[in-house]
Design a protein around this ligand. Structure first.
Ligand SMILES: Cc1cc2nc3c(=O)[nH]c(=O)nc-3n(C[C@H](O)[C@H](O)[C@H](O)COP(=O)(O)O)c2cc1C
Ligand SMILES: [Fe+2]
Ligand SMILES: [Fe+2]
Length: 400
């Protein structure tokens, strides 16, 4: 995409990535893509805020050439060292060795350990300002949103917050880069939530701290490193992030996430009966087959909904492995404060239930009910499953 002037002399020069399959080598973005947003401020002094992953470097430097001669570039502001932001830095330094890199103290150390860069680095302090001429930048330390070295950069004349990973989302830009000219808002909101739970949720406390720190700063535009730029309703993405961050310490919304896995269909039969019981109670229900769906797509439901039902059989004396993996990821992502119920089939001596209880112990989920059956469920057992679903749904509906 060509550069886009977001305010006079402030340009988006981002890169759209539709070829990476797994963000961070882990989270699927094959279909959705992602953008690495970089920004160029063309003033008496010229600065780039954030860079991009080391891909499509030609396109990145072409965008820059559209606006300035790279030999005139004064500063590169490294808000964050993760290579989806900084990957292009070494190439840039080869072309523009005159630039001064600005970042936090931790960034200075990481520039050395990640890229062997020791020269041309200047540490900026929390709250320090830098005048570029007509534009003044303020650096705001926001540790652990996403890494310990992370900061945001605030431009005061246009009130633009270059917020780095905060307020970002998956989803390559579809021609439109602003919230108000984007016709796929629902897509980006959904992808912002998936991105939040996959990437940021572990750092919910630092997110709330950062939002509080910036509460008195007038913000007209939120310009994150990934996804849409919010200029019509910057408060909307801030409110969403705040709500999601608060879910770290709350059970979440009334709703149930059903996770199930089944080798030969016995547990799946029961899953349909349980789902029927839940839906009879009118409680929102998401269903995921853990074998066929990437855990990335389950995380938003698990994070936001207060009820979880696990349907999985016994496998070699333990819980069906794909289910154990999902519960393990829930542990990584610190999904807490949930109520859970489990069902599953077994063939002879079982073992899944004990393994399941061990797995959820560190999650501190409240196990409300469980039942198992041998082989294929009988009609009476299916009826029991329906009641089990309805009871759990009522409990979720009525929970404070
Ligand atoms: C590879 C494999 C390993 C199994 N290991 C056990 C086991 O250790 N203990 C047990 O009671 N049943 C075991 N079973 C039996 C299953 O739990 C049983 O067939 C159950 O009905 C499968 O449910 P599903 O059709 O939902 O996959 C195993 C089945 C398979 C295919
Ligand atoms: Fe990051
Ligand atoms: Fe990032």
């Amino acid at each position: 995409m060509p550069p886009v002037e977001i305010k006079p002399n402030i340009h988006w020069i981002g890169v759209n990535d539709r070829t990476t399959d797994l963000f961070e080598g882990l989270w699927p973005i094959t279909q959705e893509g992602v953008s690495y947003n970089a920004y160029l401020i063309n003033d008496e002094k010229k600065a780039i805020v954030d860079l991009a992953k080391a891909l499509k470097t030609d396109e990145f430097f072409d965008q820059l050439d559209h606006v300035i001669d790279i030999s005139q570039l004064d500063y590169v502001i490294v808000n964050h060292m993760e290579p989806d932001h900084s990957g292009i830095l070494r190439t840039l330094l080869r072309i523009a060795p005159q630039v001064t890199i600005l970042g936090t103290e931790k960034t200075r150390d990481m520039l050395d350990s990640f890229y062997g860069i020791r020269e041309g680095v200047r540490v900026v302090q929390d709250g320090e300002t830098l005048s570029l001429g007509q534009h003044e930048l303020t650096f705001v330390y926001t540790p652990f949103v996403h890494w310990p070295e992370t900061m945001m950069t605030y431009e005061s004349s246009e009130q633009i917050l270059f917020s780095c990973d905060a307020f970002g989302s998956y989803g390559a830009l579809r021609g439109a880069i602003f919230d108000d000219d984007c016709t796929s808002q629902a897509f980006y909101t959904q992808q912002a939530l998936r991105y939040y739970v996959n990437i940021v949720s572990v750092f919910s406390k630092p997110v709330l701290k950062a939002i509080e720190k910036l509460a008195d700063v007038p913000v007209s535009i939120i310009a994150p490193s990934h996804g849409l730029i919010w200029r019509k309703s910057p408060e909307r993405i801030i409110e969403l992030y705040k709500k999601w961050a608060e879910y770290a310490n709350e059970p979440g919304e009334i709703g149930i996430t059903m996770l199930y896995g089944s080798m030969y269909g016995n547990t799946e039969k029961m899953m349909n009966a349980v789902a029927h019981g839940i839906s009879q109670e009118g409680v929102p229900l998401d269903i995921f087959d853990v074998t066929h769906t990437h855990v990335s797509y389950m995380m938003p439901a698990l994070w936001t909904q207060r009820g979880i039902v696990v349907g999985a059989p016994t496998y070699e004396g333990s819980l069906f492995p794909p289910m154990a993996e999902v519960l393990n990821m829930a542990k990584y992502k610190r999904i807490r404060n949930k109520s859970v119920a489990r069902f599953g089939s077994y063939g002879w001596s079982g073992g899944a239930q004990r393994h399941f209880e061990n797995l959820i112990e560190p999650l501190q989920w409240n196990l409300t009910d469980s039942f198992e059956f041998v082989g294929s469920p009988s009609d009476a057992e299916l009826e029991q499953g329906e009641k089990f679903g309805a009871e759990f749904a009522r409990l979720i509906k009525e929970s404070p």
